[in-house]
Design a protein around this ligand. Structure first.
Ligand SMILES: Cc1cc2nc3c(=O)[nH]c(=O)nc-3n(C[C@H](O)[C@H](O)[C@H](O)COP(=O)(O)OP(=O)(O)OC[C@H]3O[C@@H](n4cnc5c(N)ncnc54)[C@H](O)[C@@H]3O)c2cc1C
Length: 323
């Protein structure tokens, strides 16, 4: 599935941008260049929220910088992370508040949720955030952005995929993470959603299994439940690792369980039956449920919410020289 932010991207190998005489420009990059060696004070790998902030701060302090990213897609946060997830939560809270309005003496009927309209609005607002991030990137002075994948070949040198090398006095590794789909879903990848695809659903599914009860899994599950999706959360651990205090974690789970089905301390098996996915679980509790596609748009959906850090090939175990 195409990731948002890439559509109509104006960027080519290096991102053209406004010239700014006062801006220090990395040696070898003052103009479109095919030079094999580039040198700078600070090389930043990854143009996500962290990398963009690091580059801006280093440049403000007078450093010659290079910002290297394989996509310049507009950050995980804006494209497939914080922004779309909070937009889904905003829609869910709107429905929740309607249901709870009677607390204030306001009588309402059960809200009618138009799943397609929810997803269309989410993407429209999300795309506005992405555009704004891409605009910020396009305003970085010319010659600083390099669209390449980078890896360390020693503590002071990066190898880019196009053959060029970058040496720097300091490096910032801001390469983010990507979804890690549990092995049990190996044969079912076409039916698995991750944060990179769930916000592209044309409408809300009828049911959803959320695998992993970390913050991302739980916020997604609660939002979907409030939007009328039958949602089950599956977690192999018998406790919430994100909340170290057992009493707080238990209180949190009991509060959430009033709204959605959470299965802690279980092992999962998943099997395909046609277009459907059957999940069976055992451990603290056991059961079996089919996540079904009633229509062509409401498909069985699971989400690997664990995230794995992106690869940038550390130059040595101690990572000396890398900041
Ligand atoms: C669904 C979801 C909801 C979230 N909600 C919140 C929230 O509410 N609040 C919050 O604080 N956080 C939230 N997060 C987490 C937040 O989105 C991330 O922590 C943050 O976006 C990470 O930013 P980053 O700059 O580290 O990485 P990214 O934005 O992922 O940027 C990393 C960049 O590095 C590039 N890259 C990777 N490897 C290489 C390489 N070798 N060479 C060149 N480029 C490379 C990648 O292509 C990418 O462009 C959420 C995440 C998800 C998935």
């Amino acid at each position: 599935m195409e990731r948002p932010g890439l559509r109509g991207s104006p960027f080519s190998d290096q991102v053209p941008a406004r010239a700014n005489k006062r801006t220090p420009v990395a040696k070898g990059l003052s103009e479109r260049s095919t030079m094999a060696e580039m040198h700078c004070d600070v090389a930043i790998i990854g143009a996500g929220t962290a990398g963009l902030a690091a580059e801006r701060a280093a440049r403000r302090d007078g450093a010659r910088t290079l910002l290297i990213d394989d996509r310049f897609a507009g950050t995980t946060c804006a494209t497939v992370g914080c922004m779309p997830s909070k937009l889904l939560i905003a829609a869910a809270n709107a429905a929740h508040n309607v249901r709870k309005a009677s607390i204030f003496g306001i009588r309402t009927s059960e809200p009618a949720i138009d799943g397609q309209a929810v997803m269309v609005r989410l993407r429209k607002e999300r795309d506005a955030f992405v555009s704004s991030t891409l605009k910020t990137i396009s305003e970085i002075p010319f010659g600083i952005c390099v669209r390449q994948r980078a890896r360390f070949i020693d503590a002071r040198t990066l190898q880019l995929d196009d053959g060029r090398r970058v040496s720097a006095k300091a490096f910032v590794v801001a390469t983010g993470a990507r979804p890690a789909v549990p092995k049990v879903f190996d044969g079912l990848k076409d039916l698995v959603l991750t944060n990179e695809s769930v916000f592209e659903l044309p409408t809300l599914p009828r049911s959803m299994a959320v695998v992993g009860a970390g913050p991302l899994g739980l916020e997604l599950a609660q939002a979907l439940t409030r939007l009328g999706v039958e949602t089950h959360v599956f977690e192999q651990s018998d406790r919430l690792s994100a909340i170290p205090d057992t009493d707080v974690a238990n209180a949190f789970i009991s509060q959430l369980s009033a709204e959605l089905s959470i299965h802690l301390g279980i092992g999962l098996e998943a099997a395909r039956t046609g277009d459907l996915v059957q999940i069976s679980w055992s451990g603290t509790s056991s059961g079996m449920k089919t996540f079904e596609a009633g229509t062509s748009t409401a498909q069985a959906a699971m989400r690997g919410v664990a995230r794995r850090k992106n690869d940038w090939s550390p130059p040595c175990k101690s990572s000396r020289g890398i900041t």
